[in-house]
Design a protein around this ligand. Structure first.
Ligand SMILES: *Cc1c(COP(=O)(O)O)cnc(C)c1O
Length: 396
């Protein structure tokens, strides 16, 4: 339907298409030169020694925790206001997630509440730059450092952002990016682990490749001709198949070459929304870090209804937007209130009041690089009508 404005849309040009076709013609579809190049580009962008391409952001988070040796009996601190993967990875290694409530402005883990949650069992802190906002990342890194607890940066939503001159991905012991089609850059599915730690990088490379000792580029050739005498069938540890194929890496290379122009396009759309909605009394707009200190990498555009509205009003508004063929979403339902977490850990409403209050009133609006002024105008206009309808409903 041509009138539809989707919630998100990947930005794929003829250059990406050509790059993928070239890989298909080359005959080398996995473990090849594109992976190495893509890794180099990400490492350079976030000023890290190592970048390890993986099959998804979730796989990357899992591999990092596994490489750190985190397991049963350990606790890992994270935020309840994120995509479920930032906590699921803790369950994959058998450790216990410990949630810390968020700061209502940045929507990131509240550094003031962090220390109280640290125990002798805390083996890592997973901090998320929610919606691409890097605020507090430096303070969280400081606190983690003071307690000698490794920080894992879930920077899946923050590629290209920075905090006090430090790029997203440069804070923790390791960081993890994701390249699902709604992220700043996409490889279809994909992720990237970044770190300065040589040993951790080596372990992650082994874990993504079935626990093989050395990831020789020549090994794939050996394996594909049936050579079983090389290291291809030697598995030193329990590993996984978390490799990223060459088509995805080729896509990633072109997307990285275009990153700055795509980030600028996203910023233009975000500012287009903010300019139009600045004076709306019904909404809390995303905080834009001011000055030169922090730079949001716009991932999504999420507004929040004020406290005068409840979840049913929010859901009606989302439904109304969708009926007008305008994509809308409720980013994020709290992780601790997801059915699986409630059942397994006994969490209940009220456990993390700030995250819950925020998550009940968020509306994610259409957000992608090609959204033009007319479409932004249409989204704002339709949203305003929905808000006015709520005002009438409240009057009865
Ligand atoms: C996208 C995302 C991930 C990982 O996503 P994948 O779909 O596995 O690539 C992890 N954490 C956060 C916060 C995300 O937004």
């Amino acid at each position: 339907m041509s009138g539809t404005i989707p919630l998100s849309l990947p930005d794929i040009t003829e250059t990406e298409i050509q790059a993928v076709v070239e890989v298909l013609r080359s005959g080398r579809l996995s473990i090849g030169p594109r992976q190495a190049r893509f890794e180099e580009m990400i490492a350079e962008r976030c000023r890290r020694r190592h970048a390890i391409a993986v099959s998804s952001g979730t796989a990357g988070l899992h591999a990092v925790l596994a490489a750190m040796g985190i397991g049963p009996g350990d606790e890992v601190i994270t935020t309840p206001f994120s995509f479920v993967a930032s906590a699921n990875c803790i369950l994959y290694v058998g450790a216990k997630p410990v949630f810390v409530d968020i700061d209502p402005k940045s929507l990131n883990l509240d550094p003031d509440k962090l220390e109280a949650a640290i125990t002798p069992k805390t083996k890592a802190i997973i901090a998320v730059e929610v919606f691409g906002n890097p605020t507090h990342m430096d303070r969280i890194a400081q606190i983690a450092g003071a307690h000698e607890i490794p920080l894992v940066e879930d920077c899946c939503e923050a590629l290209g952002g920075s905090c006090r001159g430090h790029p997203a991905g440069s804070f923790g012991r390791a960081g993890v990016f994701a390249f699902f089609p709604n992220k700043q850059i996409t490889t279809g599915e994909g992720g990237m682990i970044v770190t300065d730690d040589d040993r951790l990088a080596g372990l992650c490379r082994s874990l993504r490749n079935q626990g093989r000792a050395v990831e020789g580029v020549g090994d794939q050739a050996g394996a594909s001709c049936g050579n079983r005498f090389g290291s291809w069938l030697m598995h030193e540890r329990l590993g996984y198949n978390y490799r990223l194929n060459e088509m995805s890496c080729a896509l990633g290379i072109v997307q990285m070459e275009r990153l700055d122009s795509m980030l600028a396009a996203r910023r233009r759309v975000a500012m287009g929304y903010i300019r139009r909605m600045m004076d709306w009394q019904e909404l809390i707009l995303p905080t834009v870090p001011t000055g030169e200190e922090e730079h949001t990498s716009w991932f999504v555009f999420v507004v929040r209804l004020t406290h005068e509205y409840d979840t049913t009003a929010r859901d009606r508004i989302i439904g109304g937007l969708r009926r007008h063929e305008i994509g809308a979403g409720n980013y994020f339902p709290c992780i601790h209130l997801q059915p699986y977490y409630r059942e397994k850990f006994g969490y209940k409403p009220g456990d993390f009041p700030v995250a819950e209050s925020v998550s009940q009133r968020t509306i994610a609006l259409p957000f992608h690089n090609h959204l033009d002024e007319t479409q932004i105008e249409l989204v704002c206009h339709t949203l305003k009508v929905m808000l006015q309808r709520e005002t009438l409903l409240k009057r009865g």
